[in-house]
Write a protein that binds this ligand. Structure first.
Ligand SMILES: Cc1cc2nc3c(=O)[nH]c(=O)nc-3n(C[C@H](O)[C@H](O)[C@H](O)COP(=O)(O)OP(=O)(O)OC[C@H]3O[C@@H](n4cnc5c(N)ncnc54)[C@H](O)[C@@H]3O)c2cc1C
Length: 467
């Protein structure tokens, strides 16, 4: 009989990277354990990230549509009330269903779930403590998938009540009257949108001269204007250097181009990014090398500097996204099994779930220019798309960048309704090395939003039909 504490693969962390890797490894015939220190499976994404934030975004989007979007359709509504407790309970139920679903998947795939905090005692040995006792596991291989943690700003330490990270901002028991969001990236804008729709007065402070840095600049500016119309306020090129909490009010010190000012609010949400998390893991002690950002260094087989020890997801370099972690999990274990696991990092979509949504895959114009890549651009606005007009959702458009010589798609940027769904066609096209003409010649159902993608592809060859 096999030693109950000996595994082909020990996965540390059950986020989208870890749990997916564990299931795929079990499918490939490995005896797998997945160690998770939290009481529920699913990591940041399922418990305090993607899923609860989208649940609140979906609920608050409905509220916004009822209050502001139905008049144009000829629908009059009376007074509308928010039951915040019910909205939060719905979100919690979705999280619970999702975490229990992973537990079920582990049973189905015979992945052993081990509750406790893992710490390396040797490259092939992990001690798991759950408070009362410690279990020693040995593994032919160990995969680190310990994820990330929110970055704290000097001068604004989290207190869980007035100066908070995204986790608390998913569960405010009351709508804060004044919410100051530090950071104009995806998490700050999404949670800022939720509470703005629910009635908070939201100010977003961003250190750069633009929100969503790294995404298409013009579309980022369009998104900012759309959010301003919804009532959000922005202070760009501004940083927060300190905060004082007095009688329930937070006074935040802001620095902007040599000028110091003060902002008052009830709650500060610090959303300035996340850091790779490997605290207390003992990885350094066994010789695992880290980069200057505290991320675990890996090679293109996801192997760390210690043979037999692998790492994936937010704890390694690359975009901190659930689907990136998942794909790395699958690729890492397939490579362990001698298969040809691979992640195409040029085709990882990125979505900001505001309204309008902002989604992109591949290069921006700025990136192509800085790499001296010659490209053609085709754009198409949603105002010229029949379905978008039917929906009364005409903000934004689609932009496609294609290589000037080969016409191969280099990047796609979408600001508009359902951009998070529309980007899938672009990611697939890029995965298959499609040209803009390939997209332009594919039959798209009418009337649909994806026709804007086809028209943008036609625009690359300067032959749009509907504008
Ligand atoms: C508010 C918010 C919204 C987000 N929205 C999106 C989105 O819409 N789309 C998207 O793609 N991404 C989103 N993300 C990012 C996404 O959640 C992460 O990229 C993803 O969870 C990373 O997966 P991971 O498996 O690498 O790590 P994680 O999900 O962080 O999981 C790591 C797990 O390891 C466990 N762990 C750590 N150390 C130990 C140890 N020593 N022993 C045992 N267990 C340990 C942790 O408890 C955790 O459960 C969001 C994040 C936040 C915070």
């Amino acid at each position: 009989m096999a030693n109950q504490d000996s595994f082909d693969l020990i996965v540390i962390g059950s986020g989208p990277g870890g749990y997916i890797a564990a299931i795929r490894a079990a499918q490939l015939g490995m005896r797998v354990a997945c160690v998770e220190r939290a009481a529920t499976l699913g990591g940041t994404c399922v418990n305090v990230g993607c899923i609860p934030s989208k649940a609140l975004l979906d609920s608050s989007e409905r509220l916004h549509a009822v209050r502001n979007g139905l008049g144009a359709h000829g629908i009059k509504v009376g007074s509308v009330e928010v039951d915040l407790a019910a909205m939060l309970a719905r979100k919690d139920k979705i999280v619970k269903t999702s975490t229990q679903g992973i537990a079920g998947l582990f049973k189905k795939n015979k992945v052993e779930r081990i509750i406790g905090t893992a710490r390396f005692t040797a490259a092939d040995t992990v001690a798991v403590s759950n408070g009362s006792d410690t279990r020693r596991l040995t593994g032919r291989r160990v995969l680190i998938a310990t994820g990330s943690a929110p970055v704290e700003l000097p001068g604004l330490p989290f207190d869980g009540q007035h100066i908070v990270c995204s986790t608390e901002a998913l569960s405010f028991k009351e709508v804060p009257q004044r919410l100051l969001v530090i950071g104009g990236g995806a998490i700050g804008l999404e949670l800022g949108s939720v509470w703005n729709r629910l009635g908070s007065s939201v100010v977003v402070v961003e250190f750069m001269d633009r929100i969503v840095p790294g995404m298409d600049r013009k579309m980022g500016q369009q998104l900012q204007r759309a959010l301003q119309k919804q009532g959000m306020t922005f202070q760009l090129q501004t940083g927060a250097s300190g905060a004082v909490v007095e009688s329930g009010t937070v006074r935040v010190t802001l620095e902007s181009q040599g000028t110091t000012s003060e902002a008052e609010c009830d709650v500060v949400l610090v959303a300035v990014g996340r850091r790779a998390f490997a605290d207390g893991l003992g990885a350094r002690e066994i010789g695992v090398a880290f980069d200057d950002h505290g991320r675990i260094k890996i090679d293109d087989h996801y192997t760390t500097s210690v043979p037999g020890v692998y790492a994936i997801g937010d704890v390694v370099a690359g975009p901190m996204l659930a689907h990136k972690a998942e794909e790395e999990g699958v690729a890492a274990v397939e490579l362990m099994a001698g298969q040809a696991g691979h992640v195409n990092y040029d085709a990882v979509p990125n979505v900001v779930y505001t309204w309008p949504e902002f989604a992109s895959v591949g290069m921006t114009e700025e990136q192509a220019q800085s790499q001296e890549v010659q490209f053609n651009v085709g754009s198409f606005p949603f105002i010229a798309n029949g379905r978008a007009r039917c929906m009364n959702e005409t903000d934004g458009g689609v932009k496609i960048l294609a290589d000037a010589k080969t016409d191969r798609v280099l990047g796609v940027h979408i600001l508009g309704p359902n951009a998070s769904d529309l980007i899938a066609e672009a990611a697939l096209a890029m995965e298959f090395g499609a040209s803009a003409e390939d997209i332009a010649r594919s039959v798209h159902a009418h009337p649909t939003l994806p026709e804007a993608m086809k028209e943008a592809a036609l625009a690359v060859g300067q032959r749009t039909l509907n504008i």
